[in-house]
Design a binder for this molecule. Structure first.
Ligand code: ATP
Ligand code: MG
Length: 568
């Protein structure tokens, strides 16, 4: 493409809200433009990258035997009602005002199950992997972060259909490996974490994460790289609180001015970890008392798994006094007004010498022995892991807690959607079963934004040859003034393309400095500079964006040298 004919406006200024470097660079370099909150236009340069990423995904999906679909974004709402997801997705699902019965699809499990019902008759039709690269619509409540969280975005979504659980395991593993190849080929540094699969249900799921301070997920990863987990499920090793030799009986004491754990520690000189902090949660309508070490943060997701699907919320003030007899700050496991389930963090197992609320405002109990005094129904790991803790044991690797962006997600769905939509198959004995499904997503824009985030400097983006909009940025300097330069640059442009190198020819009538700045901002891997000074000695200058290295190369050898460098 000749720059003088092309529509690739670079921008000096970007909107103030574009604070994330990748987002700024994508706007400045003419890849995208914001259109509305969470809605972006891809301009020609950016769309070329979309194509390249999509093609990598396509090749790797086809390599595991997947077949490509194109499913509509407009979906009949009845299908979504049959799986209960109209209610579950709630406000995230876009409804259409002037056409009853249609919604904009936020994902496609339902539609795949719908078609599977029509096409899959027997176990002989299985397994299948069906995928697409298609636009999704989600009414994200806070679509900040540019294309990382759009209300309209491109997703590669794939679905596996299997007859047996072992088949699903195999399909899942194929996807996991395909994802590794996709993200490797896209030049991303990433890690994999076991995720809690949230509202989707099913067992077994992994997320592919890119570390970034702009991420909305939090993960614990070990320095050695062999442990990574979403903070929702991350575990660490810590010594238990344990037992003191001196074990006197429980004693009530007045704490009129202690409202918080810190007050207790300061006023009564109690070690923080021996303050058994109590909170009451409502699991549906049942109150549950949860006990943690005073210095620990309760991990709600871990608690959610303990209550197995019950809806959790903190008890309100009236509920607290009704069920315990006290207000927050004076609650504890002993002397509760109402008998309730009591669960405690496993670090408190068998601990004694503990202090907790007396369920009477302004009073606490000391010398509590968890083996002797209260009834604790169960001990679970309920803490949020903290940075610096170790994984596995006292000598295990140290954990970092980092923010991360989810670029991909694979999970075993089971038969939730197939059962709801009647997508069944006949087994060898003619018996009907729901198809066992898996679902696998990748955010195309997220790959691109993460790549830019990981590969840039103060001057612009640094594309690799596989993702770059073009392979070569060809600058012809002062073309209006020098016929020799124009002829040489025009000829080189034709030769580069003939050699299969995608080239953007900067033939604009602007100063060399202007061209160099744009070349760095756009960040193609190779910049060839054709100028009169070098040409007089039969040379051009080649600049490599990744290293910043420059080389003077004979004009006649330029195409070969650049092809070699780019490996094509
Ligand atoms: P998140 O937790 O970030 O909202 P999700 O769990 O809703 O993600 P999935 O439903 O698993 O995401 O979608 C699969 C993939 O689609 C994600 O891994 C992500 O890469 C991408 N994706 C999801 N939501 C968006 C969005 N609003 N904008 C851009 N990409 C998205
Ligand atoms: Mg989401």
């Amino acid at each position: 493409m000749r720059y003088s004919q092309a529509f690739i406006p670079t921008l000096k200024e970007v909107p103030a809200e574009a604070q994330i470097p990748s987002h700024q660079l994508m706007i400045r370099s003419g890849m995208i433009r914001p259109l509305a909150a969470g809605v972006y236009s891809f301009l020609p340069l950016g769309y070329r990258v979309v194509h390249k990423v999509s093609q990598i995904i396509r090749e790797e999906m086809n390599a595991i035997g997947a077949q490509e679909f194109h499913l509509p974004a407009l979906n009949p709402i009845e299908i979504w009602e049959q799986t209960g997801r109209v209610a579950e997705m709630d406000d995230v699902l876009f409804h259409i005002k002037n056409r009853d019965g249609l919604v904009l699809a936020p994902t496609h499990e339902e539609i795949i199950a719908y078609h599977a019902r029509q096409h899959i008759k027997s176990y002989k039709d299985l397994p299948q992997i069906w995928y697409q690269i298609q636009t999704k619509f989600r009414n994200e409540p806070r679509p900040r972060s540019g294309v990382l969280r759009g209300r309209q975005f491109l997703m590669k979504d794939a679905y596996s259909l299997d007859a047996k659980a072992e088949g699903l395991d195999l399909s899942y593993e194929k996807h996991r490996q395909a994802y590794e190849r996709i993200f490797d080929r896209c030049g991303l540094k990433y890690f994999q974490v076991g995720a809690s699969s949230g509202a989707m249900g099913g067992s077994g799921s992994q997320e592919f994460m890119v570390e970034s301070s702009h991420g909305e997920d939090t993960c614990a990863i070990s320095e050695t790289g062999n442990y990574a987990a979403n903070i929702e499920v991350a575990t660490s090793w810590l010594p238990p609180v344990g037992r003191l030799d001196d074990n006197p009986p429980i004693e009530k004491f007045a704490t009129p001015n202690a409202r918080t754990i810190n007050d207790l520690v300061e006023q009564f000189n109690i070690p923080l970890e021996r303050c058994a902090k109590s909170v009451v949660y409502m699991a549906d309508e049942e109150p549950i008392l949860v006990l943690m070490r005073g210095n620990d943060e309760l991990n709600i997701e871990k608690l959610m798994r303990v209550v197995e699907g019950a809806r959790l919320r903190p008890a309100e003030a009236e509920e607290l006094s009704k069920f315990t007899g006290a207000n927050a700050g004076s609650i504890g496991p002993i002397g509760l007004k109402t008998k309730m389930r009591v669960i405690a963090d496993k670090l408190l197992k068998s601990a004694n010498g503990l202090v907790s609320g007396a369920n009477e405002d302004g009073f606490h109990l000391r010398n509590i022995d968890f083996d002797r005094d209260p009834t604790i129904d169960a001990f679970h790991d309920l803490r949020v892991v903290q940075p610096g803790e170790r994984q596995g044991g006292p000598d295990g690797p140290e954990l970092r807690v980092v923010r991360a962006i989810e670029v991909g997600h694979i999970f075993k769905l089971g038969s939730k959607y197939s059962a709801a939509l009647g997508a069944t198959f006949l087994d060898e004995n003619g018996k009907d079963h729901p198809i066992i499904m898996g679902s696998y997503g990748i955010g195309v824009e997220r790959i691109i934004a993460c790549y830019v985030e990981q590969h840039h400097d103060e001057f612009g983006i640094k594309w690799n040859a596989d993702l770059s909009p073009y392979h070569v940025y060809l600058s012809g300097l002062n073309l209006k003034k020098s016929d020799m330069t124009r002829e040489a640059a025009d000829k080189l442009y034709v030769e580069l393309q003939a050699a299969g190198l995608e080239t953007l020819y900067d033939d604009r009538n602007v100063s060399p400095g202007f061209k160099f700045k744009d070349a760095d901002l756009l960040g193609f891997p190779v910049h060839i500079i054709v100028g009169e000074k070098s040409l007089k000695d039969g040379n051009v200058e080649v600049k490599y964006r990744a290293s910043g290295d420059r080389a003077v190369v004979p004009l006649a050898e330029a195409v070969r040298r650049v092809s070699e460098y780019l490996g094509r």
